[in-house]
Design a protein around this ligand. Structure first.
Ligand SMILES: [Zn+2]
Length: 393
């Protein structure tokens, strides 16, 4: 259900006021502490309220869009009008902390130690989000709003499928380019892998295990499927892309049987296939079905796709790529994981790069942290890209 709550405000801006380049950099640390101290693994409402309160104070207009119930919404702030236009996208949700195993710091304490801030989301992705918010706010305070349109999307449900960005793009949100704030170690990433997951179930017939000939053992039949997939996995592993690296096909789960004394009537394997830019989802699916075809003549199999995210790539010649690379004086790289970029590029047709402070190796781990120097530098880099973007003709 679409539920838009639009609040438009007047912006009190003094265009003659020069920007103080150090202030935003210090603000980013206290903002990140505020965000990390709000747990947001299954609800973004308090993080959203924190951002809304900041935008209200600065007279920045924004909209709130429900993604999954009242506690899980996107907040999209917009400044200026016309072209050029640029989207800054990052997410408010984090993964959970489980039973806190491996944590030596309070996951919601945002403690600073040795030049780093510790806590869930410091890297993925509250650090990138905080740097984007500070860069966005500083630009709204110093640029003429007729120079172009800058959009800040803080989305919900990225960690569970990207529904927030998917809905925003589905609602028609567009711009000339976008930056996705994920922990990339401040590298400019122009591509990411896609993923296709499916459950493959081998069907048998249950029977008392003292009379196995009355049934058919699905666990004993499952190796036929595993051997076929293992073979395909070797073929797939031979493919690679210069930006994102190797393709892969792995079995990640197997479950079968119902009791120790029952011939198992089914055995299900879950497949995780990582897709390169240039590989189509249909081809990937077809290739798996073709590999299983000989087995399916002997064994009854069903195939159920469970999730998918397309791969994405932004061509090297796109202005957002050259602008971001010149701000970093770097070469483009690829993202081995998946993120919200593909909704922007593939569905929204918006050239997009992924760029943010923090390391992907920190994401989803205990003692997650971010270097404060990275965080400060991210504000400068985002500001430089935005200023270059609005300065170009
Ligand atoms: Zn993330």
């Amino acid at each position: 259900m679409v539920n838009y709550l639009k609040r438009m405000k007047e912006r009190p801006v003094n265009y003659d006021q020069p920007s103080d380049s150090d202030r935003p950099v210090n603000d980013v640390i206290s903002l990140l502490q505020d965000l990390v101290r709000i747990p947001s693994d299954e609800r973004e409402a308090e993080v959203l309220a924190c951002l809304a309160e900041r935008f209200d104070r600065r007279g920045i207009s924004y909209s709130v869009r429900e993604v999954a119930g009242a506690d899980r919404s996107n907040i999209v702030a917009t400044w200026g009008e016309g072209e050029p236009s640029l989207i800054l996208n990052s997410h408010m949700d984090t993964v959970g902390i489980g039973d806190r195993a491996g944590w030596h710091y309070d996951p919601y304490g945002a403690q600073i130690d040795n030049g780093c801030m510790y806590g869930r989301g410091t890297a993925d992705a509250k650090g990138p989000l905080a740097a984007m918010v500070i860069a966005f706010e500083s630009i709204t305070a110093e640029l003429d709003p007729h120079r172009g349109r800058l959009v800040l999307m803080a989305v919900a449900k990225e960690e569970s499928g990207g529904t927030g960005t998917e809905l925003a793009v589905g609602d028609g949100l567009r711009a000339g380019a976008a930056i996705v704030g994920e922990p990339t170690g401040l590298e400019v990433l122009t591509a990411h892998k896609g993923v296709f997951r499916a459950d493959i179930t081998v069907h048998g017939v249950a029977a008392h295990s003292s009379e196995p000939w009355e049934g058919r053992n699905a666990v004993f039949d499952a190796p036929e499927v595993i051997v076929a997939l293992r073979e395909l996995s070797r073929t797939v592993a031979g493919r690679s892309d210069p930006l994102v690296g190797r393709a892969s096909l792995e079995a990640t789960l197997i479950r079968g049987g119902i009791a120790r004394n029952v011939i198992p009537p089914s055995c299900t394997l879950t497949l995780d296939r990582r897709i390169l830019p240039g590989e189509s989802m249909d081809d990937v699916r077809e290739e798996i079905l073709t590999a299983l075809e000989p087995v399916s003549r002997e064994v009854e199999i069903s195939f159920e796709p469970v999730s998918r995210a397309e791969s994405a790539v932004t061509p090297a010649g796109e202005p957002i790529v050259t602008t971001a690379l010149s701000a970093r004086e770097a070469e483009p790289k690829g993202f081995p994981a998946c993120c919200d970029m593909w909704y922007l590029t593939n569905r929204g047709k918006i050239p997009t790069v992924i760029l943010g402070p923090g390391s992907l190796q920190q994401a989803h781990k205990s003692d997650e942290h971010i270097a404060l120097d990275d965080l400060r530098q991210a504000v400068h880099i985002y500001r430089r890209i935005i200023l270059d973007w609005f300065g170009r003709k």
